[in-house]
Design a binder for this molecule. Structure first.
Ligand code: HEC
Length: 400
């Protein structure tokens, strides 16, 4: 019953999380489009008012006229629309989901028993939880320090971007050493997403509040607040595509159970940023296909890295191969506790990921998937059922 209720809560939270993220990212993409698509105002009176750019749009049966002021309008209205709840809701629901799914079951989902770092492979569940939190918040601290030290007055943007790119490769590399593949992808995405939300919470919104307060007091706002808000928003823009990819990666074990999972992750992060750059420029009327071409090339490299050695070939061991009866025995011993219509394992109320091995026929139909997850070491999850290397080889040598 408890595992069923947890599953149900998981479903509701995931729903909320995805909706909030759509709203947040949608608004963020909209404002980048608006900002880059502004035209010089046509009416002289608008220019005299201090309007620096405008956009006319038609949407949902109405006509909209957006105007951006170079500094501030002569009088600021009281009912400004602020954007922050979408960001905070996305982060809070995402974090709750992480707690519910990963931190409630750390020895399944966080610990990487095949880590090349022995101490990481032997972490207890509680230690893995602490490490995951330290990783998540540590990522933000390092990113924030990089921004503050390299670019205290919002200069040297290029150098800062380079440093953030290197940081992401380091985060990707560390994540796969410290955590199981699926958690590594998720946590790398969560480090970026936490930086995005923290940018909004600690810098963008407080900066805007200071600017508004200064204007209301008839003072000139500190230009650094505006520039910093812009700098952090720009980072957020390039983070969006990679973050979404990392968040949806959890069904694709070919990517995260690979020896070079961190390389695959890094390639996708840079591909996402490059593809985003195409759209950022497109909104200001510049079409530069080199960006998506470079992004696609990186994805092609990721495909090449992730590709199994020879997917069609019969695996190791010559001669006989493993019989269906032997395979069924192994699966019954090592997998069926979890992978059955009604699992006997207490943590599951239904077949995890919808994968059930109740009959020989079901097992046969899922042959290639079974081989993949067993060979990569992803299953049995956390090797809870102590599958031996001989059994893994037997599965690899199974053919029809
Ligand atoms: C301790 C419980 C447990 C055991 C034992 C276990 N699994 Fe899983 N398995 C899971 C969970 C939980 C998931 C869902 C994880 C996910 O969404 O990636 C899963 C997912 C899968 C998937 C789908 C992967 C995907 O990419 O969506 C396959 C295939 C699979 N398991 C095969 C096996 C095989 C084969 C064995 C035995 C060698 C096995 N499992 C043993 C818990 C288990």
């Amino acid at each position: 019953m408890q595992s069923f209720l947890l599953e149900f809560a998981n479903l509701l939270l995931r729903w909320l999380h995805v909706i909030a993220a759509i709203a947040w990212i949608g608004e963020s993409i909209y404002f980048v489009m608006l900002d880059n698509g502004l035209k010089k105002p046509k009416a002289a009176e608008d220019r005299d008012k201090g309007v620096f750019g405008e956009m006319w749009a038609v949407h949902g049966g109405g006509f909209y006229h957006n105007q951006k002021y170079a500094t501030a309008p002569a009088k600021l209205p009281d009912d400004l629309h602020w954007s922050f709840w979408k960001s905070y809701t996305t982060w809070l629901s995402g974090f709750a989901l992480f707690v519910l799914l990963y931190m409630a079951n750390p020895s399944f989902y966080l610990v990487n028993p095949s880590s090349s770092w022995e101490w990481a492979a032997n972490l207890s569940g509680a230690e893995a939880n602490i490490l995951a939190l330290a990783f998540l918040f540590g990522g933000w601290v390092v990113y924030n320090e990089l921004c503050k030290r390299i670019s205290p007055n919002m200069e040297r943007d290029g150098l800062l971007s380079l440093a953030v790119a290197v940081l992401m490769v380091v985060v990707a590399y560390l994540s796969v050493q410290l955590f199981s593949g699926r958690a590594a992808f998720l946590l790398t995405g969560a480090v970026m997403a936490t930086a995005m939300s923290a940018n909004v919470f600690f810098w963008i919104i407080p900066g805007q509040r200071r600017m508004v307060a200064a204007m209301k007091a008839g003072e000139t706002p500190n230009p650094l607040d505006g520039k910093r808000g812009k700098q952090r928003s720009v980072h957020n823009t390039y983070f969006t595509l990679p973050v979404v990819l990392l968040m949806i990666s959890n069904h694709y074990s070919f990517a995260y159970n690979h020896d070079y999972a961190w390389v695959i992750m890094s390639l996708f992060i840079f591909a996402g940023a490059l593809i985003r750059q195409f759209f950022v420029l497109m909104h200001s009327g510049k079409i530069q296909p080199a960006y998506p071409a470079a992004g696609t090339a990186l994805i092609a490299v990721a495909l090449w890295v992730a590709m199994p050695a020879d997917p069609g070939a019969p695996a190791a061991g010559d001669g006989e191969g493993t019989s269906m009866a032997e395979v069924t025995t192994i699966i019954e011993e090592r997998c069926v506790q979890c992978h059955a219509q009604s699992p006997s394992h207490a943590s599951f109320s239904s077949a995890p990921a919808g994968v059930a091995y109740d009959s020989e026929d079901q097992i046969r139909r899922q042959m290639s998937q079974i081989k993949q997850v067993v060979e990569s070491g992803y299953m049995p999850l956390g090797n809870m059922t102590n599958m031996t290397d001989e059994e893994r080889e037997a599965i690899a040598a199974w053919r029809e």
